[in-house]
Design a protein around this ligand. Sequence first.
Ligand code: NAD
Length: 346
Amino acid sequence: MGSIKVAINGFGTIGKRVADAVDAQPDMEVAGVTKTGPSFGCDLAAKKGFPLYCTSDSEQMISSFENSGYDCRGGISDLLGIADIVVDCAPGKLGSQNIEKYREIGIKHIFQGGEKHSLTEMSYTSCANHEENLNADCSRVVSCNTTGLSRTLVPLFNHCGSLRVECTMIRRAADPGDSNKGPINAIKPVLKVPSHHGPDLMTVAPGISINSLAVAVPTTIMHVHSIVADLPDGHGLSTESIIQLWRDTPRVIVMHGEENRITSTAEVMELARDIGRKWGDLHEIFVWQDGVKLDGNRLYYFQAIHQESDVIPENIDCIRAMMGTESDWKKSVSITDGAIDRYYSL
Ligand code: NAD
């Protein structure tokens, strides 16, 4: 088939990153992006040359863009009419509204982790269930936290055949661009126990038995996971071979914290800025090598997640799976990541 035409509904934190990642791919193009109304984000769309549409079909809303000097090509229905697939990047919990429009028009659709699995009955991470998503009509790329868990736990599970996991998600309070969230001077436990994060992993990797607790802390740059995994008898692994397993896994970076003087999320984000992707993004999950320890059958480790960006390349692989153009997840990952890195001229 020709280039896959991708609509991006919602051009915020995730949407603008997905749009760039689509634009980078050799087999995809941005059919258009949507905004609810004129705002500074429209300038970014204009600068990138992404056709701009309105999230609604209201003539009044569409003309409000024109009145503010933006070239708006039409409403969401116009955009969905010219696209092959839509990536919904609207704020969480709007999915049940937006899905009606996608079904009515009959377009394939991908939601994000702010929606529940029950909305789509299909979820996605590249390493866990790419094949299940082949030619699917709808799916959900799981949250940044669930994606992070999948990256390191799925290869372990594939080696061991079973895993029991307990983890604590130490979550950033807000994204750097948010001014309406907190806490700013407190540690806030999620009192729904277990939190949804661990169990959400089972929507893509049902063989992993996992529970999680979560706390929000006053930082905006990353999440940290503190993970305890019980491996089955006869796993045949050592601390060193687990580290090697992750080194061989796409989109996982393992580095020695003390030796490299990279002992907190602040330095990890500085490393990300050095890599040079836009917005200082880090698509990979970061594991501190010196924080990994296998004690008998029990494995302990920490990992850091750049919440705004680890899901971005996963959306690209999910598009390929649902369009049925690449059935091998590792090949898709290689195309996606190579194209993104060339795009930002690494
Ligand atoms: P955001 O608020 O930064 O951006 C959402 C965009 O959608 C905004 O531009 C908003 O104006 C627009 N919008 C509002 N109503 C809309 C509608 N009805 N239809 C389409 N667009 C609409 O939100 P975000 O952080 O980009 O989150 C988007 C989704 O991605 C959520 O499901 C969220 O849970 C998930 N997610 C967010 C992060 C993160 O760290 N920000 C990480 C992983 C997943």
